[in-house]
Design a protein around this ligand. Structure first.
Ligand SMILES: Cc1ncc(COP(=O)(O)O)c(C=O)c1O
Length: 369
């Protein structure tokens, strides 16, 4: 019996009849890009987030790129972002000719360190990208405070955190713009690439709407240089169906996380493993369940699990400050570098069977003897 790191088939097959019926309706509608399904999806997500404006876009990456473009970030600007995150958080900054300045993260929650963030603000800092890594929000209130004092913009990278709350408020609704991904492995996973931006500011929304379609206000009259950041009707249609189940999916992840936290507690008390921590006030949505194991043991544990058919993954093996393409922005981030050598993510998807969860735990216990 193996345990996959992620099984997309079980979640989607439960909805197959409804999805096929909806796809058939979209095919018959002849409307494949933007259109009514997309508008409905935008409204549904806005209601879910309690946010005024949302726009469906082509991916989480494009959501970030669009957000940065809408804030007119470019050459000469510095954008502070955590060094421990998926590449594109900083890749989008560099693509616009701005400088990504890497900030260290907290060992406990993997999120941006407020102390290091404050220390790295310069007169060139135009924006901070806070990443709600693995499904729990970073310290949004502290970031907002730093931003307010200095007129710095706050972009939230919520690619992994749809549904996460901080002190009751949805992630993505603290800053100027929230950026979401519906990549298949996310808590709300599509059948391909898609994403969404949200904001409570009307003019930012209007600007992003124009930028989403090549900066066109009227057809073939371009006011700005935008891009093709549009979302497909088929993606929106299926996401409309899956969104209704999102809280149940998140509930499944929370249940699985609670199981691991309880069953692996003894290994933690023996200091063989460090379990993920939920910061005060956070509702964690567990897009990933990431443990930490001493660097000398991490690779061995990973191989031990893989050899026994248990999926696991290292998110992320190299922090952004050490990536080849970011050589000119390299700096020292002790915690990010330590996390890159210690982190190991375990299967956590909502449909995991109880015997699979137990097998993951017992195999880790066997490894440590
Ligand atoms: C933290 C983070 N930001 C941004 C993205 C980009 O999203 P997408 O893959 O939809 O472009 C991802 C996706 O993995 C992510 O994990």
């Amino acid at each position: 019996m193996g345990v996959k790191l992620l099984d997309l088939i079980s979640q989607n097959s439960e909805l197959k009849g409804e999805l096929v019926e909806k796809f058939s309706a979209v095919i018959d509608s002849g409307s494949f890009i933007l259109g009514p399904e997309v508008e409905l999806f935008e409204k549904n997500v806005a209601d879910y987030l309690h946010c005024k404006y949302t726009l469906g876009v082509s991916s989480g990456t494009d959501a970030l790129l669009l957000a940065l473009m809408a804030l007119n970030i470019g050459t000469g600007d510095e954008v502070l972002c955590p060094g421990y995150t998926f590449f594109c958080t900083a890749g989008c900054v560099a693509r616009l000719g701005a400088t990504p300045l890497f900030v260290d993260v907290n060992y406990d929650d993997f999120c941006i360190s407020i102390a290091d963030l404050e220390a790295k603000i310069t007169p060139k800092t135009r924006a901070i990208i806070g990443v709600h890594l693995f499904g729990q929000a970073c310290d949004c209130e502290a970031i907002l405070e730093l931003c307010r004092q200095r007129e710095i913009k706050f972009i939230e990278d919520c690619a992994q955190s749809l549904g996460a709350r901080r002190n009751g408020k949805q992630s993505g609704t603290f800053g100027d713009i929230g950026c979401f991904s519906f990549y298949p492995s996310k808590n709300l996973g599509g059948f391909g690439d898609s994403g969404l931006v949200c904001t409570n500011d009307e003019s930012t929304y209007e600007y992003m709407k124009i930028l989403r379609t090549h900066g066109m206000k009227r057809k073939y009259f371009h006011s700005y240089v935008g891009g093709n950041f549009r979302i497909d009707a088929l993606q929106a249609a299926l996401l409309n169906i899956k969104l209704k189940h999102l809280d149940r999916y998140i509930g499944g992840r929370i249940g699985n996380a609670e199981f691991y936290l309880e069953k692996l507690a003894e290994l933690e008390s023996l200091r063989l493993i460090t379990l993920p921590k939920v910061a005060a006030g956070n509702k964690h949505t567990w897009n990933q369940f990431t443990v930490k194991v001493h660097a000398s043991e991490r690779g061995k544990l990973r191989q031990y699990l893989l050899d026994r058919g248990i999926g696991c993954e290292i998110y992320y093996p190299l922090p952004l400050n050490r990536q080849e393409c970011f050589e000119k922005y390299a700096n020292n981030l002790p915690v990010a570098e330590r996390l890159a050598s210690e982190s190991l993510s375990l299967p956590i998807y909502p449909e995991l069977a109880a015997n699979h969860l137990s097998l993951v735990v017992s195999t880790i216990e066997d490894f440590f003897g």
